[in-house]
Ligand binder design. Structure first.
Ligand code: NAD
Length: 328
């Protein structure tokens, strides 16, 4: 299949693009390299373009004539989205609509979207199912939810089918293809704690130790990046076979606390480091855990790296090889 992968120079996109290329698909990555890395593209075709550039997006889609699109490109820093909501709606809603319009113009009928657990906001109950209430707490989550609604309405009015994948916390590395997580700034817990273990940061911070959780720290659902990539391949297969559009959570259904992650990094790295306990940060829900039953039942998805140890070990190995990310 000819697949355009927006954001394919980024963390999850590069792993997914590589997996799909290896299974014989023709891949074109569209990325403005604002956060991604040319090194992560590793020889796949790359169009350097912004999704906000409507004419360029139309031209690239016109020339490549994709049969499917996987749309990862987005701004995804929650705090930045609170400071500058317009930039987030412009990129994540406006830019995504440019892609969708260009695809409809070349009769591409298969669209896979990177959505997020942030669409749910503060959960009333966990695990979160796809039918849980969606009340995003920030413009990032809102922009993703709004584009899901655009997809739903477009699918009703056209032949376009979509799958929206609501990821929980992506983590780990694809060691086989030497692809890992290299965000600037890094806001995700596992690479931040690994940076401390590598001596690049002075101490690991735990924000909030008085949450109503077993050890008082926030609980999140970590999902290995290669398991996420596999879900995209399955979503593509479903739509290519004529399956219906749908929305799916992708998580491990197994929450792990911040303290557990810190301890796991210490264990896997064999290094001790200082840990500082700090007050809660505003807007951090106590527990975010997915039910992925629907993805398992309807996509046939089976995560292979569910243990926190596996996830942390792969991340640790990659960061040890690349202490300065893709620069090293
Ligand atoms: N990493 C996670 O835990 C997580 C969780 C939930 C959802 N998501 C979503 O998954 C997707 C991928 O996340 P990631 O962690 O791989 O992010 P990433 O920042 O590593 O990758 C995003 C890529 O998109 C590119 N990009 C950004 N804005 C662009 C624009 N306007 N035009 C063209 N390219 C642009 C960046 O250069 C980068 O290569 C995002 O949509 C994100 O919101 C990620």
């Amino acid at each position: 299949m000819r697949i355009i992968v927006t954001g394919g120079a980024g963390y999850i996109g590069s792993v997914t693009a590589r997996m799909l290329a290896k299974s014989g698909n023709e891949i074109l990555i569209l990325d403005d390299l604002s956060k991604g890395h040319r090194e992560a593209v590793k020889g796949l075709d790359l169009a350097v373009a912004q999704i906000g550039d409507k004419n360029k997006v139309k031209q690239v889609c016109g020339e490549f004539a994709p049969q499917a699109c996987i749309h990862f490109a987005a701004k995804s820093l929650v705090a930045e989205s609170v400071e500058n909501p317009l930039a987030y709606f412009q990129a994540n809603l406006g830019g995504s609509m440019n892609i969708l319009e260009a695809l409809l113009g070349v009769e591409c009928k298969v669209f896979i979207f990177s959505s997020t657990a942030a669409v749910y906001g503060e959960p009333k109950d966990v695990p979160l199912t796809e039918d849980s209430e969606t009340r995003p707490l920030n413009p990032y989550g809102s922009s993703k939810l709004m584009f899901e609604q655009v997809l739903e309405q477009t699918a009703r009015a056209t032949e376009m089918k979509f799958v929206s994948l609501r990821y929980f916390n992506a983590a780990g590395a694809d060691l086989e293809n030497d692809l890992g997580e290299d965000h600037h700034p890094e806001t995700h817990l596992i690479p931040r704690v690994i940076a401390v273990a590598l001596g690049k940061e002075p101490c690991a911070n735990i924000y909030g130790t008085d949450y109503p959780t077993p050890d008082g720290t926030c609980v999140r659902d970590y999902i290995h990046v290669t398991d996420l990539a596999a879900a995209h391949a399955l979503a593509l297969e479903r739509l290519a076979r004529g399956g219906e559009s749908g929305i799916y959570n992708l998580g491990n259904e197994n929450g792990r606390s911040v303290r557990e992650v810190v301890e796991e990094v210490k264990k896997v790295s064999g290094r001790d480091f200082p840990v500082k306990e700090a007050p809660r940060r505003p807007g951090d829900p106590a527990v975010l855990v997915a039910s992925s039953k629907r993805a398992k039942a309807e996509l046939g998805w089976e995560p292979k790296h569910e243990s926190l140890e596996d996830i942390v070990r792969s991340a640790w190995e990659w960061h040890k090889r690349h202490p300065d990310g893709y620069l090293t």
